[in-house]
Design a binder for this molecule. Structure first.
Ligand SMILES: NC(=O)c1ccc[n+]([C@@H]2O[C@H](COP(=O)([O-])OP(=O)(O)OC[C@H]3O[C@@H](n4cnc5c(N)ncnc54)[C@H](OP(=O)(O)O)[C@@H]3O)[C@@H](O)[C@H]2O)c1
Length: 243
């Protein structure tokens, strides 16, 4: 008898942009997808489109009920194979506004580590699984326009690399994928000029492919690999003129 190829997937932050497009792609591939976000009506409208395959949980990752909501979604799905932490906040912080820095930290660092930590340990107990997170090319170096954003994305990518190595050492089939997009055409994309900006559909196709291939890190779109290498190699005196 053939085994069921469909997967149970949770996408944290799937009401719009990359997360919503990824949810739709995974549903079209025949999977069951649990989606989250704060905007209840957007969660419901996606569920109404795919009532057999989409499950929802409405919550703010900055709150103190993350694990409760995550467990509720796992229960609704009847298990979990892949968790993608995609919720993200980023705003230009011209005057180093504390509200911006705080919201960035709470969404991209605290919410992220709580949910990813729980999911990794869930998969250790289960004996298999896959976690992925949408970080950013901004993870590579500091940035004067949005310092909390680039620092938070560094935290994410660094943590994901650590978990990737941890899973390898444990010799368990637990996979970790760190996603570093450049610019993707969503409402979050900020900064001027925006070059090499990718359509959301193209970006999510490449994200899903990297996850399928169990890559530990992927640049979206692929050509952002080049920018990543330049950013890593640029000496401080040069980088600090632009960053
Ligand atoms: N677009 C780009 O150019 C780009 C580049 C590099 C990295 N990224 C990363 O890609 C990810 C997705 O961003 P996007 O471009 O698709 O933007 P988006 O359309 O604004 O999507 C962000 C998602 O995160 C959710 N979210 C944000 N804050 C949340 C909170 N406090 N609690 C729960 N959910 C929250 C939003 O849902 P609700 O508003 O409904 O809560 C939404 O579903 C982010 O992590 C972003 O940093 C984007």
């Amino acid at each position: 008898m053939k085994s069921d190829p469909s997967k149970k997937i949770i996408i944290i932050g799937a009401t719009s942009g990359i997360g919503k497009a990824l949810a739709e792609l995974y549903v079209q591939k025949g999977n069951y997808v649990g989606i989250t976000g704060r905007r209840f009506n957007l969660l419901q409208s996606l569920r109404q489109q795919y009532p057999e395959q989409i499950l929802t949980e409405c919550f703010d990752v900055r709150g103190d009920q993350n694990i409760h909501h995550l467990n509720s979604l796992i229960e609704q799905l009847g298990g979990l194979d892949l968790l993608i932490y995609n919720a993200g906040y980023g705003e230009v912080s011209k005057t180093l506004n504390w509200e911006i820095e705080k919201a960035t930290y709470e969404t991209n660092v605290r919410g992220f580590i709580e949910i990813i930590n729980y999911s990794f340990n869930y998969f250790v107990q289960q004996g298999n699984g896959h976690i992925a997170a949408t970080s950013s090319i901004a993870a590579i170096r500091g940035n004067s326009w949005a310092p909390a954003y680039s620092a938070s994305k560094s935290f994410m990518s660094n943590y994901m690399e650590g978990l990737y190595m941890k899973a390898k050492r444990m010799r368990l089939p637990i996979y970790v994928t760190d996603i570093q997009p450049g610019f993707v055409k969503t409402k979050l994309a900020k900064g001027n000029p925006q070059f090499w900006i990718a359509q959301t559909d193209k970006a999510v196709m490449q994200i899903a492919k990297a996850i399928e291939k169990k890559k530990w890190r992927v640049y979206i779109t692929k050509r952002w690999w080049l920018i990543a290498q330049v950013m890593k190699l640029a000496p401080g005196w040069l980088y600090h003129k632009f960053g």
